[in-house]
Design a protein around this ligand. Sequence first.
Ligand SMILES: [Zn+2]
Length: 405
Amino acid sequence: MIDHRRLGRELELFASDPLAGAGLPLWLPAGAAARHAVEEYVRELERRAGYRHVSTPPLGRRELFELSGHLGYFADDMFPPMALGADDELVLRPALCPHHALVFRARGRSYRELPLRIAELGGMYRAERSGVLGGLSRVRAISLNDAHNFCALEQVGEEVVEILRLIREAHAALGVRPAGFRLSLRGPGEKYVGDDAQWARAEELLRAALDGVEFTEAPGEAAFYGPKIDIQVRDAAGREFTLSTVQLDFDKPERFDLSYTDASGARRRPVMVHRSLVGSMERLFAYLIEVHEGAFPAWYAPVQLVVLPVGDDQAGAAARLARDALAAGLRVEVDGAGSLGSRIRDAARARVPYAAVVGPREAAEGAVSLRLRGGRALDPMPAADALRLIGAVVADRGPALLPAG
Ligand SMILES: [Zn+2]
């Protein structure tokens, strides 16, 4: 049975320590390397799609979360406020939206700036009960790939379609296999804000964006402020959860009194689209570890290349290759201890995509013999060609270990 907690331990991706606390995993160097590669990719994808990145604190004054509605509607999932003094209470944020609303209103806004796409890979907190915590899939400290796209009402449809396209692009690069799209709607109960007309309009816009997409409907799964499109994935145990999401919100722009000036000079209220392309880093990696069984695509593998000198005489050639690989931007290690067979097995166990064997003949000719994860061995080739090959696969972010074509 594939389990990201077991693989995470074996591959030294993350650890937990009761002294640190349940649901507060520690990302070890290998896990952090993979995560950072994914974070950089997502930021670059967003940057090219017109997003502006910000950095905001993971906590704020109690009043901020009263205004946002979180303390009224979401308090059960939040840590209790921390009182520093009679009028000074701080709250660990359960979402990034309140801060991003403040970013929007940090100055006056014109219709020319819309859609204004404010993105952040930011920290937030959920007071999960200790019984449900495990590995990376349910945690108390969350690093969310998040953005809030402030739009004029007439821009919302196109914006949501473009977000769905970006989600598909990110999924393809990461090797995510969605289990389905879900339209999450209001259910019975009083945990929802906003009036019926707003909900109906938001639902209509999301349905239009889903035109041609197969989806199921999930009453009761909406956010407290609006309906959403959720892209579901399934973990190795078959449990379904939401990875990516697009949500429409007419409520927070009201609460924060957000406005922009339209072409005629009149003040208008923007619509807020909450979206996450790949969800939280924690949940994403819980999923990626399982779906790839630890064998990540080369572009975010923690170590991309391990150099294996056959004997001590090749230590110099191995060090030179590692230095060139590092200079080419690859994550590389040299393993010179033990028999060649056991080192090849270690590399396979660690799911390293490429092993470069350097024997006497290779060292003399400036060549390497590349072995691909999975066992395939390539004919000896010049070391520079091997680095070019790996570099091309990494730059392409494809699933295969050899360049396409
Ligand atoms: Zn949000």
